[in-house]
Design a protein around this ligand. Structure first.
Ligand SMILES: Nc1ncnc2c1ncn2[C@@H]1O[C@H](COP(=O)(O)OP(=O)(O)OP(=O)(O)O)[C@@H](O)[C@H]1O
Length: 222
């Protein structure tokens, strides 16, 4: 399902590779946890998998397609139908209410019956009563559920979640992981979670793990 080979990435003007000759694979419906301390490149890797960034070297096959070679417009179309991405900063639109934020995913796929799908997710994630609320009127856990609903909207084959438990207490952390797993399993999605929260690993004992090293600049200078 996801087959990464010999992947390297360096941001413009950086002096070291953020990712260096990385290889990793997961099969359809499998779960993986990306580990590594702050700055090790977990978010970078998720952005590469989602074809938001392009790597300098290597390939990223998603369901047999090398997404690292997609042109930007094709990458946007492909991402809209294949990937559900729950970014670290959630990226909810402040001026839109909960339902409208979820329906943003419909524009990427020209989905019919969008409102029915949104209502199903609102019910499944316990957000129905907050349907007309704006993001600033929600708790952090509720905002995360809106971002999850939007990521799930198109029933993606691949679900990517960046630090989904950041700032959550133990009970909310467990609830967020259970929800992510249940929803991924319901649509048969492969799931990749980037985190430095050891509670996530403890909650997912069967997940594959990939620990990213930090690539430090040699010589100590900036
Ligand atoms: N747009 C960018 N331009 C240049 N360097 C960047 C950019 N984004 C991230 N970096 C650098 O790439 C490295 C990896 O960053 P990344 O955000 O992928 O790490 P992370 O493991 O997700 O960190 P955290 O756990 O703190 O979220 C860091 O050294 C960071 O400073």
């Amino acid at each position: 399902m996801l087959h990464i080979s010999n992947l390297s990435h360096r941001y413009p003007h950086a002096h070291v590779d953020q990712l260096n000759s990385l290889s990793f694979r997961i099969e359809a419906g499998e779960h993986a946890v990306l580990l590594g301390s702050s700055g090790s490149g977990k978010s970078t890797l998720l952005h590469l998998i989602a074809a938001i960034l392009k790597p300098q070297n290597g390939s990223i096959l998603v369901a047999g397609r090398d997404v690292s070679t997609l042109l930007p417009a094709d990458a946007d179309r492909w991402r809209g139908t294949t990937v559900g991405f729950m970014p670290q900063k959630l990226a909810l639109v402040a001026a839109l209410n909960v339902e409208e934020n979820i329906l943003l995913a419909a524009y990427a796929s020209n989905r019919e019956q969008s409102h029915a799908r949104a209502q199903h997710l609102l019910d499944a994630l316990g957000l129905s009563e907050k349907k007309r609320a704006k993001p600033h009127e929600l708790s952090q856990g509720q905002r995360q559920r809106v971002a999850l609903a939007r990521a799930l909207f198109n029933r993606p084959q691949l679900l990517l979640a960046d630090e989904p438990t950041a700032n959550l207490d133990d009970d909310s952390c467990r609830a967020a992981i259970d929800l992510l797993l249940a929803q991924a399993n319901e649509i048969g999605a492969s799931l990749v979670i980037a985190t430095h929260d050891s509670r996530v690993l403890a909650a997912l004992p069967l997940a594959k793990t990939l620990r990213l090293p930090v690539h430090k600049q040699q010589g100590g200078g900036v």
